[in-house]
Design a protein around this ligand. Structure first.
Ligand code: FE2
Length: 374
């Protein structure tokens, strides 16, 4: 019918359709040992490897997978490489927030046309399992979005990677997919990067938190959340705000030496099981005082879970108009106070736990004080 044709025509087309997060690649100091941590403590399975044994001379990369989450850990073997320089400056951290697309060439052209700084022109990689096209653009700091087109590929990860011969048996902890990835940017730069995601990548502004939402006695931050058209990709962007003492975002920027990925939130369908397992295996989480639980149900109303079980694991609860969520944050997973993980279970809620910000940030500030950085 003519009217439905008109409707279609007036609908804005998404110039950058994204199928989801393809993988997160970290540059680390010792990928072999980091891979052991993610296998034993987090239950990721080693599914692919590239390095000297596979003909790669300058680096070693380990691909770890749990359900839809793929982490790649890369260490350089060359003291003069850009990876080595990146690691010396930033420590262990996320270099590539790689997005799964159907057309890596169009993704590159559409974003570069709108002002993206190119990292990598569309390039085809090939092996006996097929072809993959990869392109890339810079985002905040030295972080890069790769666009990965893998519809003509059925290998374990990317061309050149092989299934490792003796991958250890692992027990998954129930992690399902990447819910959101948060970036910390320099003071005054948040709006610039929100505009980048809006104008260059076609994302929409979803939420805004100002220092009234997020300030504690000492420090404050500002945050805006952008999301792509289908909502699969959500990127909150934080910047420091004035407080009495050093903001947790400033601490990150000081130790990462620039803007970068602050945390990666991963979804579970059973947070009590997931966090129970992670704690047993030695993963450290932020601590929120038990008094948090005294009146939490007055704030969030009925929840399906046993409150005592959540309290025992120190899992936090928040509610918005669509439902509630359960969440907990690890301490930084490297010696610099930089990257950490969030475990989240969404029971309808689409937001990010604003009701927990105060309790959480007080907890982070206790940790900053322990480190002598407050
Ligand atoms: Fe988060």
């Amino acid at each position: 019918m003519e009217t439905s044709t008109l409707d279609t025509v007036t609908t804005t087309t998404d110039f950058l359709p994204l199928n989801g997060t393809d993988h997160l690649e970290f540059f680390v100091g010792n990928a072999k040992q980091s891979a052991y941590y993610y296998q034993v403590a987090w239950g990721y399975k080693l599914v692919a490897y590239a390095g000297p044994e596979t003909g790669v001379r300058d680096r070693a990369s380990y691909v770890l997978q749990q359900d839809k989450i793929r982490l790649v850990l890369t260490t350089s073997l060359d003291p003069n490489s850009d990876i080595t320089r990146h690691h010396a400056q930033h420590g262990d951290g996320v270099k590539f927030l790689s997005l799964w697309v159907d057309d890596a060439t169009a993704s590159f052209n559409e974003t570069v046309k709108r002002g993206a700084k190119p990292y990598m022109e569309p390039t085809t990689f090939e092996d006996e399992n097929g072809t993959v096209v990869i392109s890339g653009i810079y985002t905040y700091g030295e972080t890069v979005h790769k666009f990965v087109e893998r519809k003509n590929y059925n290998g374990p990860f990317l061309p050149g990677y092989v299934v490792p011969a003796n991958a250890m048996e692992v027990t998954p902890v129930g992690l399902k997919y990447v819910d959101h990835c948060v970036g910390n940017v320099e003071l005054g730069k948040m709006n610039e990067w929100v505009s980048f995601y809006e104008d260059v990548m076609g994302f929409k502004l979803l939420l805004t938190f100002d220092d009234k939402d997020i300030s504690t006695e000492y420090s404050a931050l500002m945050s805006k959340v952008v999301s792509n058209g289908n909502g699969y990709i959500k990127f909150p962007i934080n910047e420091p705000a004035d407080g009495k003492k050093k903001s947790q975002i400033e601490e990150y920027l000081d130790f990462y030496h620039g803007a970068g990925v602050q945390h990666i939130a991963v979804e579970t369908y059973d947070i009590i099981h997931t966090v129970g397992e992670l704690r047993k295996r030695g993963v450290d989480f932020l601590y929120v005082p038990e008094t948090y639980y005294d009146d939490v149900l007055d704030r969030v109303g009925h929840i399906d879970e046993d409150l005592d079980a959540l309290k025992k694991l120190n899992v936090l609860i928040d509610r918005d108009e669509s439902g509630y969520l359960l969440q907990i944050f690890t301490k930084p997973v490297e010696d610099r106070p930089t990257l950490f993980f969030e475990i989240i279970q969404r029971k309808g809620a689409k937001s990010f736990g604003k009701g927990n910000f105060k309790a959480l940030f007080e907890s982070i500030e206790r940790e900053q004080a322990h480190r002598g950085n407050l």
